[in-house]
Design a protein around this ligand. Structure first.
Ligand SMILES: Nc1ncnc2c1ncn2[C@@H]1O[C@H](COP(=O)(O)OP(=O)(O)O)[C@@H](O)[C@H]1O
Ligand SMILES: Cc1ncc(C[n+]2csc(CCOP(=O)(O)OP(=O)(O)O)c2C)c(N)n1
Ligand SMILES: [Mg+2]
Ligand SMILES: [Mg+2]
Ligand SMILES: [Mg+2]
Length: 323
């Protein structure tokens, strides 16, 4: 199938969002919005960096790549509405496999009422998916990482380390009972959109999604807010099977294991009960794991209370362009 036919084959029959004035089929897409700020994010996933033939069948390559992007929209406090996909396709890929990648994206997109509105198709040596997601948020209501304040509660959604452990199982082909849970968490992460959209009445929240492990993400909030983020190791949530199967590496999995696409955030103490109500209403696990401090000694960094000591929690996780 050549490029034009391929594009025709993935073109949606109709658009779910009335804001799409022009979707696929012109030089660019046009969206109409009046009372909303438009959020735009882009993340790329490349063969052998973000997935390989052991870790993801084509369907999951698409699903995960879109999930990662939607997660960034959630981390801005928004609602995803549409997406564009640039795909680089090696000659060895069968048309059917490429369709599967799009099916993976479509399944997730439909769950969020999102439309595919454009993209680009080129040939190349390795499969690469670059996705741009557009989201909306009420004017002035986006959530930024530089808004943490003293006495805020630090929270995280879900359990941490699941995806990294799932990746480890896939790469080492170590399936055991309960493995499927971790593999699912790696292949089909859940962006926390419904929780975040319920939480709109809360005036202030600093947010970051966990693509690189909370050690990294906590440092990003601390640095941009010029505050200290004090995390309690003993309160960080993890799945009981992770502790059972890999007790020696638990610390690494939960602090540096990336790609959970959970949300790490801070919220004023007085809003905590309300936030927990929103979490319960959306079936989202929510855990308080620390406190924000404003003290010259701590500011700009994340700290970890671990085995009785308070120590600097260094950035960790995956870094591209390391040479
Ligand atoms: N090649 C690039 N060109 C322009 N902006 C970039 C590029 N790479 C990353 N950014 C921007 O840098 C910021 C951090 O990117 P990244 O760490 O990938 O965010 P996230 O982890 O939330 O996906 C974002 O605002 C992103 O849009
Ligand atoms: C085959 C394979 N090896 C390693 C990883 C782990 N990995 C690759 S990139 C990455 C970090 C997150 O990706 P990045 O592109 O930095 O996401 P962003 O922070 O931009 O959202 C991790 C943990 C993987 N998913 N698959
Ligand atoms: Mg990115
Ligand atoms: Mg992010
Ligand atoms: Mg991201």
């Amino acid at each position: 199938m050549e490029e034009f036919d391929f594009i025709q084959s993935i073109k949606p029959a109709y658009y779910r969002q009335s804001s799409v004035i022009k979707g696929i089929g012109d030089d660019a897409a046009i969206l109409r919005h009046t009372n909303s700020d438009i959020i735009m994010t882009m993340d790329t996933m490349v063969e052998n960096i973000h997935f390989n033939e052991k870790t993801a069948a084509p369907f999951y390559i698409g699903y995960r790549a879109l999930a990662a992007n939607i997660s960034d929209i959630a981390a801005m406090g928004g609602k995803p509405v549409s997406y564009l996909v640039s795909v680089t396709v090696p000659d060895r890929w069968a048309p059917q496999e490429l369709q599967e990648v799009y099916k993976g994206m479509k399944e997730l997109a439909h769950a969020y009422q999102m439309d595919l509105i454009g993209g680009d198709t080129v040939s190349g040596d390795q499969l690469s998916l670059s996705i741009t997601v557009l989201g909306i948020v009420d004017n002035g209501k986006a959530r930024y990482r530089n808004t943490a304040k003293e006495h805020d509660i630090i929270f995280v959604t879900g359990t941490l380390g699941d995806s990294a452990y799932g990746l480890h199982l896939l790469l080492n082909e170590q399936a055991q009972e309960g493995s499927q849970y971790f593999i699912n968490r790696h292949q089909m992460p859940t962006p926390r959109v419904s929780f975040i959209n319920q939480s709109v009445p809360i005036e202030r929240m600093a947010l970051n999604d966990v693509s690189d492990g909370i050690a990294n993400e906590a440092n990003e909030i601390a640095a941009s807010s010029h505050k200290g983020l004090l995390l309690d190791y003993d309160r960080i949530p993890y799945h009981e099977l992770l502790a059972k199967y890999s007790p020696d590496n638990l610390y690494q999995w939960i602090l540096s294991g990336g790609e959970d696409f959970e949300l790490l955030g801070t919220v004023p103490l007085e809003d905590w009960d309300r936030l927990m109500d929103y979490a319960n209403a959306t079936g989202t696990m929510l855990t308080a794991i620390g406190t924000v401090v404003d003290d010259e000694k701590y500011n700009g960094k994340a700290w970890l209370r671990y085995q009785g000591d308070l120590k600097i929690l260094d950035k960790s996780g995956y870094t591209h362009l390391k040479r």
